[in-house]
Structures are given as structure tokens and as C-alpha cells.
Design a protein around this ligand. Structure first.
Ligand code: FNR
Length: 370
């Protein structure tokens, strides 16, 4: 049977009646103090509940896991209550929602860290980039990232427990599942990529060792909430935040073949031609080849994201490249994106100046169709 955007699909125990998912989107608008989802955040997700599945913005699993101003967490009871109000609103509209679990690793700053310490990473190698911090007057500013401290084995094990606790909290918050963020140059991706992982113990060296942390996190989270409520997001060949791997086909192929038998809700990949949010027009045949290979290695539900339009999404589904498509920026500006795509209607364009931080403007005031 040919797959298309408006055909039904089963995702773990969830029956979705179409395939337009909302990609995870950091919006940096959690209430302060405490990085707690607020009534304004509830309204934002409620407006977007017609997505086949909402994947929440990246949500830190611990204080140590935070790297940007005003991002929400899932490690305090206030945060669990805040997210429960979000999931209740989405469910009341007939929607479904997974919470994206996030640890930024080295992409952080002492202002976010417990006791003002150094951020953690596989190796003491700095990020070639900046992160969005809060200055003494409470304003968001881009700040340099210090050289991180390399994690000890005990430190790695403690973070696995933080993932487990965060997954449990996501269930208490009424989420339908969790997506483990293992892409975009954050902690788990820092372990996966040879560029940022120079360890010589069992968590560094060959692809199997570099994948170990992610696979142990997946095992812990699956044991906590069940495989059908778990997914993983990877950005194979992504170069955001200084990522790079000597053998991406082997590394990501290994990871996907390890994930395949676990019967997860879905596997989420970002098109390798996306650098952050920019499509790299310098066509590289390895991009297509790696997706092709990973698709062949993964018999379960495969979600793809990255620069999709109605037309390219339909092509990807028809060809079997993907089973479900996640849209990011189009969902920021079009709360009723599925209806617009189904009717082939015009889309609102988003204002990049209000993507990160601020209030209701550029957040909950994008109009639905009349
Ligand atoms: C993102 N993206 C992203 N990815 C992720 O895994 N977790 C996150 O929290 C975020 N946050 C985020 C914020 C904003 C403002 C943008 C634009 C993007 C990446 C996003 O999920 C998606 O992969 C890209 O935006 C590409 O898809 P589109 O926008 O071309 O459909």
C-alpha cells in the first residue's frame, strides 16, 4: 500500500490518523524561576495539537543538562506539573505528545551548572560555538563556552540515572512517550562522533564504544517506560556544534542496527544535508547514501525531518524513504499545518527574530486559517 501524508500509521500503541508530525523546537519561553512550562506554553502546544504527534522542545533531564536560557526541564515537581498541564491540553484536543529528553553536555556555561562548575563532555575539548546565556541584568546574550571537563565513568552512570528519572517524570506528566535527543552536537552526539570523543576507555575509540553511552541510555529508558514509548533522534553526518565522524556510515549504521530489534515507537533522523536549520546546497552523494543505508537497516517506523515541504514529504513517503515526516519551522508559523497541507493552502511565514525567547508575540499569535 502506498504511504502518503494523510494515511494512518501505528506508532507503538498510538494510532495516528495522518503523518504530519511536529518536530522538536526550542522556544526558550519557560517560566522563571525554575524553567517551568507555563500557561502560555500550554496554549502554544494546544494550538498545535492537530499534529499527528507533537515532539516537545528539547527538555533538560537535570540542571547539569541545561545549556541555554529559559529552556524547560523535567527534573523538578513544578516542571512535571507544568508539563502535565501541557499534555492534558493536547490530549483534550485529540493530540498525542512525546517529550524530548536533552542533555547538552559541553554546550553549556557555568551559570547553568550546579555550583557554577564546568559543563561536562566526553573529552575536554571546547565547542566551536557560543550558547545563549543570561547576563547579570537578566538579558539573553550569546556567551562563549568554556573548555568542559571530561566525564568519569561514575559521571556517565549518574547521567544514565538522570535519563531514567526524567523518563519516569515524563510519564507522570502524562506524556505518550519520550524521544531521546542524540543529535545536534549535544551530549550523546558528542560521544558518538570521533571529532568530540577522544576517550581511551570503553566509551571511546571505535564506533561500538562511542555508541555505548547512547545505547545504555536507551536500555535504561526502555526498562523504565517500555520500548513502545521510546524513540531516538539522530543527526547522522550533522556538522552543527563541531560534530564530525571519521566513519559516519559505519558508526550510524552500527547504532541503527542495534536499535532496530528493540521495537521502539520510531527512529527519528534529520536529513544530513541540514546544517542546523540551513540546507547545505553543496550536494554530497554521501548524504543520500547514508539515509538509504539506514532505511534499509531499520525495518520499524522511520521519521525524517529537515527542510520538508508538502511535495517532498509526499515523495519521501511514496518512495519508502520515510514513514512519517516531522516539520519544524512550518509548525512555528502555522498552528494548523496539517489542515493547510491537506488542503494545499498557503502557509504563514515565521519570524526568526522571535524563535528563541520573548513572550506571546511570534509564539501563540500566528493565525489558523479562517
Ligand atoms: C530546532 N531544532 C531542534 N531539534 C531538536 O532535536 N530539538 C530542539 O529542541 C530543536 N530546537 C529547534 C528550534 C528552532 C527554532 C529550530 C528552527 C529548529 C531542529 C528542528 O527540529 C528541525 O530538525 C529543523 O528545524 C529542520 O526542520 P524544518 O524546520 O526545515 O522543518
Amino acid at each position: 500500500m502506498t504511504q502518503h501524508l494523510f494515511s494512518a500509521i501505528q506508532l507503538g500503541q498510538l494510532s495516528l490518523n495522518h503523518r504530519v508530525a511536529m518536530a522538536p523546537l526550542t522556544r526558550s519561553r519557560a517560566a522563571q524561576p525554575g524553567n517551568v512550562p507555563s500557561p502560555m506554553n500550554v496554549e502554544y502546544y494546544r494550538q498545535r495539537a492537530s499534529a499527528a504527534l507533537i515532539i516537545s522542545e528539547a527538555t533538560q533531564i537535570s540542571q547539569q543538562g541545561q545549556g541555554y536560557a529559559w529552556t524547560p526541564g523535567i527534573h523538578s515537581s513544578e516542571q512535571v506539573r507544568g508539563w502535565k498541564a501541557v499534555s492534558d491540553a493536547v490530549h483534550a484536543e485529540g493530540g498525542k505528545m512525546f517529550l524530548q529528553l536533552w542533555h547538552v553536555g559541553r554546550v553549556s556555561h557555568p551559570i547553568f551548572q550546579p555550583n557554577g562548575g564546568l559543563p561536562v563532555a566526553p573529552s575536554a575539548l571546547p565547542v566551536p560555538g557560543k550558547t545563549f546565556i543570561i547576563d547579570a541584568d537578566g538579558n539573553g546574550v550569546w556567551g562563549d563556552v568554556p573548555v568542559p571537563q571530561a566525564l568519569s565513568i561514575d559521571g556517565i552512570h549518574a547521567i544514565i540515572e538522570d535519563y531514567r528519572a526524567a523518563a519516569r517524570n515524563a510519564m507522570l506528566a502524562g506524556m505518550d512517550g519520550v524521544e531521546i535527543h542524540a543529535g545536534n552536537g549535544y551530549l550523546l552526539d558528542q560521544f558518538i562522533n570521533s571529532e568530540s570523543n577522544h576517550r581511551t576507555d570503553s566509551y571511546g575509540g571505535n564506533s561500538e564504544n562511542r555508541a555505548r553511552f547512547l545505547l545504555e541510555v536507551v536500555d535504561a529508558v526502555v526498562a523504565e517506560v517500555g520500548a513502545q514509548r521510546v524513540s531516538v533522534r539522530l543527526t547522522p553526518m550533522g556538522r552543527f556544534m563541531g560534530m564530525g565522524d571519521d566513519t559516519p556510515e559505519a558508526t550510524f549504521g552500527y547504532i541503527v542496527r542495534q536499535l532496530a530489534p528493540l521495537d521502539l515507537a520510531y527512529l527519528h533522523l534529520v536529513e544530513p544535508a541540514m546544517v542546523g536549520t540551513v540546507v547545505d546546497d553543496n550536494y554530497n552523494p554521501r548524504w543520500d547514501a547514508i539515509i538509504h543505508q539506514l532505511r534499509a537497516d531499520y525495518p520499524g517506523v522511520l521519521m525524517l525531518a529537515g527542510g520538508y515541504t508538502r511535495e517532498t514529504a509526499e515523495q519521501a513517503l511514496a518512495s519508502g524513504r520515510a514513514d512519517i515526516i516531522a516539520f519544524g519551522r512550518p509548525f512555528i508559523a502555522n498552528p494548523d499545518l496539517p489542515a493547510r497541507l491537506q488542503g494545499d493552502q498557503a502557509l504563514n511565514s515565521g519570524d526568526g527574530n522571535t524563535f528563541f525567547g520573548g513572550g506571546a508575540g511570534g509564539y501563540i499569535d500566528y493565525p489558523a486559517m479562517a
